[in-house]
Design a binder for this molecule. Structure first.
Ligand SMILES: Cc1cc2nc3c(=O)[nH]c(=O)nc-3n(C[C@H](O)[C@H](O)[C@H](O)COP(=O)(O)OP(=O)(O)OC[C@H]3O[C@@H](n4cnc5c(N)ncnc54)[C@H](O)[C@@H]3O)c2cc1C
Length: 401
């Protein structure tokens, strides 16, 4: 009998496992992950699939014992952000700029390969005594006292099952928890590009009527792009030759970093917003993308999920100290109340950015788009947004403070 079985060893499930194992209080915890990534060889080229990690995430990755496995030559700390709307030039003073030094911070966050993040967390989990099982969930049945899990590697019993198995969560479906999904009718295209001018540790983002384009600085001087494009544009971009794609990119980036050259394959992700009305039910809890999927334009998906993991780990560790059952509904409800309100707030704000900054037209949209310049001139407002981007506002779990 396990205390906690986590289904899904993506960044969020692996982080929850590592935090619970690091508590060293004897909690018996297993992570089920059928597709754990092979370790990244030090000399391997940087991968295009990256995430921007906030300060809060950095802190809780340290607490999970995973930061040492992440920090190094493959990671780029970014110190500046430039955000603008296509109605103004890339070098105009209407471009919203954030600088770490201005905020008294060493940087604004880190650009990290997904595979490096997940690998370091799984390693930290195993090193702290967690059980990593290379199996997938096939069935789940919860009773008043336990949950019975069918897996491709045999049966398991647990007092609590956590669904960290992503947007198509099998745990969510088996547990009868619903989710509302709404397509954005956009596809995110990711790729690594070489740019004529150096990125100067700057993350760039341009909002346009047919999509949002971000350049994230990488440690080897190239940039990873995330281009969330409307369906018709995305189809054209994916079908274009490498040179044709670079030409489209030059147009869309307004040459902010000079001419570009495609340096990797293009990956694509169909975008949707997803929200589970309930994150918990009898002996089951959902974390990360299994509970909520947000638009990537603000780079918050993993950051929100890692905070879910830290909040649940904190509540479970406290429950253990009090000798309580980890699957007790009171513990799970406290988690749901805490994290649902925080994610709903962020998800709504991200949606509004997409609706008004990127796709909006008319007088109100113009007002919002012009608002970037207003924020740029208002130090208090800027500080508010920097704190949000660093993830250090709201009710933070202890590991993230
Ligand atoms: C283009 C793009 C760019 C993004 N950029 C950022 C960014 O800059 N910053 C940021 O914070 N977020 C970003 N995100 C969001 C981020 O990638 C997701 O929020 C994050 O991957 C969610 O992590 P997770 O662990 O919850 O789920 P996942 O990463 O989906 O992991 C789920 C895991 O569960 C496993 N699994 C699935 N089914 C089963 C099963 N039946 N049994 C066992 N295991 C199972 C899978 O193998 C997988 O490893 C971006 C997303 C996209 C699409």
């Amino acid at each position: 009998m396990h205390d906690v079985v986590i289904v899904g060893g993506g960044p969020v499930g692996a982080c929850l496992g590592a935090l619970l194992a690091a508590a060293g209080d004897g909690t018996r915890v297993a992570v089920l992950e059928p597709r754990a990534p092979a370790a990244l060889p030090a000399a391997a080229p940087l991968e295009a699939r990256v995430v921007a990690l906030s300060r809060a995430s950095e802190r809780l990755l340290r607490a999970a014992g995973a930061w040492a496995g992440i920090d190094g030559p493959r990671v780029c700390a970014y110190e500046h952000m430039r955000i603008w709307h296509e109605s103004v030039a890339a070098d105009s003073d209407a471009v919203l700029s954030f600088d770490a030094a201005e905020a008294g911070e060493p940087n604004l966050g880190y650009i990290v390969e997904n595979r490096l993040l997940q690998g370091a967390l799984l390693q930290a989990f195993a090193a702290a005594g967690g059980e990593l099982l290379a199996a997938g969930l096939t069935s789940l049945r919860s009773t008043a006292d336990e949950v019975l899990l069918g897996t491709s590697g045999g049966e398991l019993r647990a007092r609590l099952v956590v669904g960290a198995d992503g947007a198509q969560s099998a745990v969510r479906t088996h547990a009868g928890l619903s989710a509302t999904a709404r397509p954005y009718h956009q596809t995110a295209i990711v790729a690594t590009v070489a740019t004529e001018r150096p990125h100067r540790r700057t993350a760039w983002q341009r909002f346009m009527k047919d999509g949002t384009l971000a350049f994230l600085p990488l440690a080897d001087g190239t940039s990873s792009i995330v281009w969330s494009a409307d369906e018709a544009l995305a189809a054209r971009l994916l079908a274009a030759s490498p040179a044709g794609f670079a030409a489209e990119l030059d147009r869309a980036s307004d040459l902010a970093l000079g001419a570009t050259r495609l340096a990797s394959e293009r990956g694509s992700f169909v975008l949707q917003r997803l929200a589970a009305p309930r994150y918990v039910c009898q002996r089951v809890a959902l974390v990360g993308d299994a509970a909520h999927v947000v638009h990537p334009l603000a780079g918050q998906g993993v950051n929100l999920g890692l905070l879910d993991a830290a909040a649940l780990a904190q509540l479970l560790t406290q429950a253990r100290t009090r000798g309580e059952d980890p699957g007790a509904l009171a513990v799970l409800r406290a988690y749901e109340r805490w994290r649902k309100s925080e994610t709903a707030l962020m998800s709504g704000a991200i949606d509004a950015f997409d609706r008004w900054l990127a796709h909006g037209s008319g007088a109100l949209a113009q007002l919002v788009q012009g608002g970037l310049a207003v924020v740029n001139r208002a130090p208090e407002l800027k500080r508010f947004f920097i704190r949000r981007a660093l993830g250090v506002s709201g009710e933070l779990p202890r590991a993230a403070r």
